[in-house]
Design a protein around this ligand. Structure first.
Ligand code: NAD
Length: 339
């Protein structure tokens, strides 16, 4: 029996990093039946949309997907495929671990943070309009009790299942009294139902400063959508950058895995970028489908290749112009050899 998994290569560097991930996952011996589905800019001419229904149907059928990054036009153009996909499949929790890996240069050691980002509302609801074109515009930020309750509950359940000690809710409730006020109030209510896990809250600006200065004081962070996106990139920066940061979008009985990073168009087609974030997303996927041991083997193999520091991409070398840096596929080869 093989596991059916929808694979969306995505745009820019997506094809390269997902190809590397696929080879590594296949090398574990776990039989995956990859159902490749294209989404993004390239399919608009053919289907009239960057996210055709058959792509969503494939994930709904398989219950598991993994994707590369998809480009979103800045300032104009179509709505983000990523946002539409998370919303359409109700993938309400975006889990982004940020953990130090020996061999990756960063300012800190032993960082082990988990970002739990609400994935369906906030400013990503996409309710925006011009009030007077080119003069004033308006965005509406949605925060609901239902979505807040389930994301905070998710954070506490995750903490409990993974031996975590502290959940911190991050907000701006001093200024956004209605929206973030509701988020904080509901977080406090849910926290009261988990007396075994400590709870704290921080105003977002202070949280950013403290994460940079004293990251070890944090454990699991739960945030509304936009703050979660920004703070998870900040935490990626604490552990060596976007090249090593995996992610998961989780709903009830359905999941789509993807790296935190975007499509990095300037590196597309060069076999240059780091495949680690997508390969570690593949490891999270293996664990999710019940292949925990295989997922752990992938994580160990990645850790070993990075620790040895020889067959790694430019971003993991002490100097970015290091001529001994290897390409995306060569790093994947080394990870497969380490498996
Ligand atoms: P980006 O993550 O694509 O790139 C930012 C920088 O991070 C790059 O210039 C590069 O230096 C570094 N980087 C990213 N991935 C790397 C890797 N694997 N290895 C080494 N270095 C890496 O962010 P951006 O430039 O802000 O966005 C580009 C596009 O990606 C935009 O269209 C944006 O909407 C999209 N995006 C998509 C997703 C997603 O699909 N989930 C997430 C973020 C951004």
């Amino acid at each position: 029996m093989s596991y059916p998994v929808t694979l969306i290569p995505g745009d820019g560097i997506g094809a390269e990093v997902t190809a590397a991930m696929r080879r590594v996952v296949d090398a574990t011996g776990v039989p995956i039946d990859w159902e490749v589905q294209e989404a993004g800019e390239a399919v608009i001419a053919q289907y009239g949309t960057p996210l055709p229904d058959h792509v969503l149907d494939s994930i709904r059928r398989n219950r598991v997907g993994i994707k590369g990054p998809v480009t979103t036009p800045i300032g104009t153009g179509f709505r983000s495929v990523n946002v539409s996909l998370r919303k359409a499949l109700d993938l309400y929790a975006n889990l982004r671990p940020a953990r130090t890996m020996p061999g990756v240069a960063s300012r800190y050691e032993d960082i082990d943070l988990v970002i739990v980002r609400e994935n369906t509302e906030c400013l990503y609801a996409g309710i925006e309009h011009d009030v007077i074109p080119d003069v004033a515009a308006e965005s509406i930020r949605i925060i609901t009790r239902r979505a807040t309750e389930r994301i905070v509950r998710f954070a506490f359940e995750y903490a409990r299942a993974n031996g975590r000690k502290l959940v911190t809710a991050v907000h701006k409730a001093n200024i956004l009294k209605a929206t973030d006020g509701l988020f904080l109030r509901v977080a406090q209510e849910v926290a009261a139902q988990y007396p075994d896990i400590a709870f704290s809250d921080r105003i977002i600006d202070n949280a950013c400063m403290q994460l940079v200065q004293r990251p070890h004081e944090y454990d699991v962070l739960v945030l509304p959508n936009l703050y979660g996106d920004i703070v998870s990139d900040l935490c990626s920066g604490l552990v060596g950058g976007l090249g090593v940061s995996p992610g998961a979008n989780l709903g009830d009985g359905i999941a789509v895995f993807e790296p935190v990073h975007g499509s990095a168009p300037k590196y597309a087609g060069q076999n240059r970028v780091n495949p680690t974030a997508t390969i570690l997303s593949g490891a999270l996927m293996l664990k999710y489908i019940g292949e925990r041991e295989a997922g752990q083997r992938v994580e160990d193999a990645v850790a070993r290749v990075i620790r040895e520091g020889k067959y790694v991409t430019y971003d993991l070398k002490p100097r970015r112009d290091d001529p001994t840096a290897v390409g995306t596929q060569e790093m994947a080869d080394a990870i497969i050899a380490a498996l």
